[in-house]
Design a binder for this molecule. Structure first.
Ligand code: PEP
Ligand code: MG
Length: 322
């Protein structure tokens, strides 16, 4: 099977009805860019920058170290776009795994991701400067995690402008970026007009969107059976986000585990998704599903699945159009 899939490496990801689909990689370290390219990715849809910050006993990477890391990823992708997400520490990604986070009652609802960045402007500005500088070496898309409030969006944009002004004052070169937001809190998925007013692209983080929609801790084994990507409420938020982006002509991708799950590929295609970001090891298997699919025929079917009482059962029982 692996050998058969390997033959698809250079085959463009196009459906039977000529819909071109963008298959991107999720990476954790700059070296992973090589892996992404070898796997046939047409870019990085999610660089989880927090991995540069974790397990360092509190000594965070400075601007130069971060710049070198982002530049390495950007150069590694040889002109293809690289989506760098600002740090998402907290909850399931503690800065230092040896220190238990007893200070916070419920870290998943606490000071994580953009909240953590906005709480420490010096640290946030350092990261933004490093990313802006890396953008001088290739196509960089800056992605902000866990936004929910208009005030957080405005503060984030103000910090980006301040980071640029700081580089201008130092006479340091930087490049243009596209700015995107993760849609991973239900409040964000229900505020699409706000998000599309400020952002060039959206990326749906289904891992957290499922967690927050269903109130199921994604790291808690005792409720893992209720962590259901096929819950109708989850699918509705995903479907609406894709549809609104398409209406407004904005890029949208899914970068949670759902994007690399071959049993979900046709459903997402039917909902109009044309950009998937996943673990590099999944790219060829997802591509195979795309090559066999007729996106037009999947549209009505996908809506039917979403509207079902038990979409999971619907997906396995209802005959799927080619
Ligand atoms: C997500 O929440 O779906 C996502 C891609 O981000 P992470 O898994 O890093 O929280
Ligand atoms: Mg997330």
């Amino acid at each position: 099977e692996r050998g058969r899939l390997q033959r698809l490496l250079h085959t463009p990801a196009v459906t039977m009805d000529d819909q071109r689909v963008q298959l991107l990689a999720n990476i954790e370290m700059p070296e992973d860019a090589q892996v992404a390219l070898k796997a046939g990715a047409l870019g990085v849809g999610l660089f989880r920058s927090e991995f540069l910050f974790m397990g360092r006993q509190g000594r965070l990477p400075d601007e130069e170290e971060q710049y070198q890391a982002y530049k390495k990823a950007v150069e590694g992708m040889q002109g293809l776009p690289v989506t760098i997400r600002t740090v998402d520490v907290g909850a399931d990604k503690p800065l230092d795994a040896s220190v238990r986070d007893d200070a916070h009652l419920n870290p998943a609802l606490g000071l994580r991701a953009i909240r953590w960045s906005l709480a420490d402007p010096g640290m946030f500005l350092t990261q933004l400067r490093a990313i802006l500088r890396a953008a001088a070496h290739g196509k960089v898309r800056l992605l902000i995690p866990m936004l929910a409030h208009a005030s957080e969006i405005r503060q984030t944009i103000a910090h980006i402008e301040k980071a640029r002004a700081q580089l201008d004052r130092r006479g340091v070169a930087y490049g243009p970026i596209q700015l995107g937001a993760m849609i991973e809190i239900p409040a964000a998925a229900l505020s699409l007009r706000l998000f599309l007013k400020y952002f060039d692209f959206l990326s749906i983080g289904t891992n957290d969107l499922i967690q927050y929609t269903l109130a199921i801790d994604r790291a808690d084994e005792s409720v893992a059976h209720l962590y259901d990507p096929m819950h109708p409420a989850v699918l509705r938020l995903v479907a609406d986000t894709i549809a609104e982006c398409r209406v407004q002509g904005k890029d949208v991708s899914v970068c949670g585990e759902m994007a690399g799950d071959v049993t979900m590929t046709r459903l997402l295609l039917g909902l109009g998704l044309r950009s998937f970001s996943m673990h590099p090891a999944q790219i060829l298997a997802v591509k195979q599903e795309i090559l066999r699919a007729d996106a037009g025929k999947l549209e009505a079917w996908a809506q039917g699945v979403c509207d079902a009482e038990e979409p999971g059962e619907e997906l396995s029982s209802r005959p799927m159009p080619l």
